[in-house]
Write a protein that binds this ligand. Structure first.
Ligand SMILES: Cc1cc2nc3c(=O)[nH]c(=O)nc-3n(C[C@H](O)[C@H](O)[C@H](O)COP(=O)(O)O)c2cc1C
Length: 346
């Protein structure tokens, strides 16, 4: 990381976390973000037909309104996922709702899908430049028919995003995670795939799940995703669990936990999805990645690509370059000619 960006990251930690995030977005919009080449030799991947210059993506929630995708691609991410966007704008939960757990290198958030809505998101996305950008879609808190909100998001943003993520795993919209099981899951998958079939052209669709799933739920989701011809599963969102290791004073706050304490849990669940997928769809590994070693562990557990967010809070956006360099070195040291060769190689 450059001295300037180290200093900026330290200064941001003097602010309330949400104000710091706003300041970061403003700096990125003003063109003050770091710049890195898009490619590192040997890191190119094909993710469900998407050609990524490298497999390290920006996870959803950083750029909820699709304002800074270009700046984050320029900072070296191989792909950027914007959102979660809901059809109508909504304010989210009352502040404070975002907490840094510094000693634990973790974050707790209960933002509750605060975002400016689909129309603003679509207008921002329409102005974007080159590079792979996904749209993470969700449901409004008060929606009478939540599944209809996903259909609305997919239809409105079709052709504007390179891929779509159906996010049914935020813990901060009451009842949303019930879409991960049983008849609700089947109905969701069915209605989304019907909608896709009715639209011209093709874009991959991923399902984003929680890391808080048991083996039977994982099997059922994998079979449902394959039957509905979704292209992949993102494993996963923040956790409602609170590992005993947490020491920070904010550890008791309600919301989803992300960052370093999520790494082992989410990688275990990822490996289970890899076994359950039986090659029928791709996996994207997310949760606690803060180094090249972490990214490599996700790939070896079955991920074709990875995403991160919380580590940026502690290490700044230049982290992505370090991860790419280290990942390339690890692949070469173990004799893998490409990322694809290492996927699931346990
Ligand atoms: C502040 C914050 C906001 C988030 N908002 C969203 C969101 O809107 N949609 C979503 O799918 N995931 C959201 N996430 C979850 C992340 O995309 C990611 O799945 C999770 O944080 C685990 O990765 P990490 O440990 O690298 O942060 C959010 C995470 C954080 C920390």
């Amino acid at each position: 990381m450059s001295a300037l960006h180290t200093l900026a990251t330290r200064a941001l930690h003097l602010l309330d976390p949400e104000d710091a995030h706003r300041a970061t977005l403003a700096a990125l919009r003003a063109g003050l973000g770091p710049r890195a080449p898009a490619e590192t030799a040997g890191l190119r991947v094909d993710l469900a037909g998407l050609r990524l210059p490298n497999p390290v993506g920006l996870a959803a929630g950083f750029d909820k309104n699709a304002e800074v995708a270009g700046a984050m691609l320029a900072a070296g991410f191989g792909f950027v996922e914007c959102g979660t966007v809901t059809p109508l704008p909504q304010p989210g939960n009352p502040r404070p709702r975002l907490f840094r757990l510094g000693e634990d290198r973790a974050v707790i958030n209960r933002l509750g899908f605060n975002n400016q809505g689909l129309e603003r998101f679509a207008a921002n996305l329409a102005r974007r430049g080159a590079g792979v950008v996904g749209a993470n879609i969700g449901a409004n808190k008060d929606a009478a028919d939540r599944i209809a909100d996903y259909v609305t998001g997919l239809t409105r943003l079709w052709r504007l995003a390179d891929y779509f993520t159906v996010n049914i795993s935020s813990p901060n919209t009451p009842g949303l995670r019930t879409l991960q099981t049983g008849a609700a899951l089947s109905e969701l998958l069915g209605r989304i795939s019907e909608t896709r079939a009715s639209l011209a052209g093709h874009a991959p669709i991923f399902l984003k799940v929680a890391p808080d799933l048991d083996d039977a739920e994982i099997e059922a989701i994998a079979d449902g995703v394959a039957a509905a011809r979704f292209d992949g599963v993102i494993v996963g969102n923040t956790t409602l669990s609170r590992p005993d290791s947490l020491v920070s004073r904010h550890r008791g706050e309600a919301g989803g936990l992300s960052g370093a304490p999520l790494m082992s849990l989410s990688t275990r669940v990822l490996a289970r999805f890899h076994a359950a997928a039986k090659g029928r769809f791709a996996l994207i590994g997310v949760g606690g990645i803060a180094s090249g070693a972490d990214a490599y562990a996700k790939i070896r557990a079955g991920a074709s690509a990875v995403q991160l967010y919380s580590a940026l809070v502690f290490q700044g956006p230049a982290l992505v370059t370090a991860i790419r360099r280290d990942l390339a070195a690890r692949l070469a040291a173990d004799g893998f000619a490409s990322v694809a060769d290492a996927v699931g190689a346990r």
